[in-house]
Design a protein around this ligand. Sequence first.
Ligand code: M6R
Length: 613
Amino acid sequence: MCGIIGITGCLDVPEAILEGLARLEYRGYDSAGVALQVEDGLWVSRAANGSKSLADLRRAVSGAPGSCRAGIGHTRWATHGKPSEVNAHPHQDCKGTLAVVHNGIIENHFEIAAKLSAAGHELVSSTDSEVLAHLVEEAIAEGASLVDAVRACMKKVRGSLAMVVVHASDPELMVAARRVSPLIVATADAAGLVASDVPALLGWATAMYALEDDEVAEVSPGGVLVSDASGARVEPARLEVDWDVGAAQKGGFDDFMLKEIHEQPDAVAGTLMGRLSPSGEVLLDEMRIDDDELREVEKVFIVACGSSYHAGLVAKYAMEHWARTAVEIDIASEFRYRDPILDSRTLVIGVSQSGETLDTLQAIRYARRWNAKVLVVSNVVDSSMAREADGVIYTRAGPEIGVAATKTFLAQLVALEVLSLYLAGLRGTLYPAEISGLLDSMRELPAKVAQALEGSKDIFDVAARFASAEEFFFIGRHVGYPVALEGALKLKEISYLHAEGYPAGELKHGPIALLEEGTVVVGIATRTRLWEKMMANVAEVRARGAMVVLVANDGDEETAALADATLWVPSTHPLFAPVLDVIPLQLFAYALARARGNDVDRPRNLAKTVTVE
Ligand code: M6R
């Protein structure tokens, strides 16, 4: 997501901040900015020129007035409000005396912004973050010190945040605070530092400390003082870091793909954040399509490519089951050439993490020409598709660098399931109590994703047993079928092994002829509706001499008894099962690819975003 750096007390603060931001560049960003404590107060500069923003910022900073004692910098990956200069951080209060950088999502920002505006504050951006600057301003106006004002602000906001605030009245002080989103404070020779992640601090910091939830740190050249939500002093936990910059950018993982797989609990939590109300309703703030228009929709088409198509397939099951709407799903590159029947009562949903895939973009353009309503599910705010659609649901997985989609896929699954329940609510096809119960199960997903990752720790040992196999079939039924397709795609993409995904019931209509001793069949055998039929299909493949790997629910020994190896995942509602079941398959593909010595982040012949037809 966004990157934060703050430095006070070193010789060349602006240069150090720019260097820190450059080290955070790998996270992906659409805009960037700095606030520097110069002689006349705060000097703020922001640039929103995509990946050229840092170069623009460097040019601007070279013209900053006078000497500088401290400063904060930020790279932004938009979640609320499109990438633009006014939405870039740092944000300021009404008088321009303080500046804030923020990482995370403020869930109750609409409510807070309304109160601030009513109290006379002038909010200029369309971000959730700007409210922080005005809340701190308000507390200072009531007599609080900067550190107490930040603490007071923390009490008013819900959601996730890592924030750093500087105020012109105390030019060497930075106040940092966090909840959920990580933030690290550090000391160096006569300097204080703060950053969203380790790479930005390497080489400078002599000691790093991770802030805990609701802790607030006062960072100055003399050191770091940390206090809790009540203001009581606490001893921060020291981080032992012996990484180089490259390893640190990958969070200590060997590659971005593995790091991103382990970021999946956050990707799911971020995508759900603010969308499941405590009273059991679904809230979709960027939907923009009228509820009445959605109620009148007679048919839904989902268009997507690759992994996004597989997420769409799961959505077809969920939407038809819960919202009782007919859903067709198309590979985007086929859609407009098959003459689909579309009109103003059709909803076309484009699913694309990048929002730039040309086939999907052309498919939604085609839909618009036929007057269909277009909704896009995208991980990139203000992507081409998001701009051209009538409504958007942003997945908030953060930038994905590995070519193989992992965390964005999980985020798409939950975004589409949230949408399915939203439609069910509008159309009255589920009772409010049913929706509320499903939302409760959904809230458990981030923790269960973490559990599934924990349960896959032995994946390298499991995969090693199949390292010499050349042929893989992935089979599943119902929502296990798209999971099988995704498992096969992951294996093909990064291990270059031949893998096919099939509906398990279809195998005997042809492909079973390919099975022989040594073929590996990976089955999605968690306890969903068709488990018994799935097990019959597993028996069929075993009888042909295939080696069987099964994804099963934790503790389900009955399923494991039919497998040569079992990949364990927690159980959940059957329609949420894909979110968990796919995780060991991502790791299985990863382990086999690494065993073959492949570069998993940049697999051969593949581009992260396909912008040609
Ligand atoms: O950016 P998009 O979601 O539109 O990309 C679609 C596909 O190109 C993408 O999912 C591709 O299949 C990935 N490499 C899958 O890992």
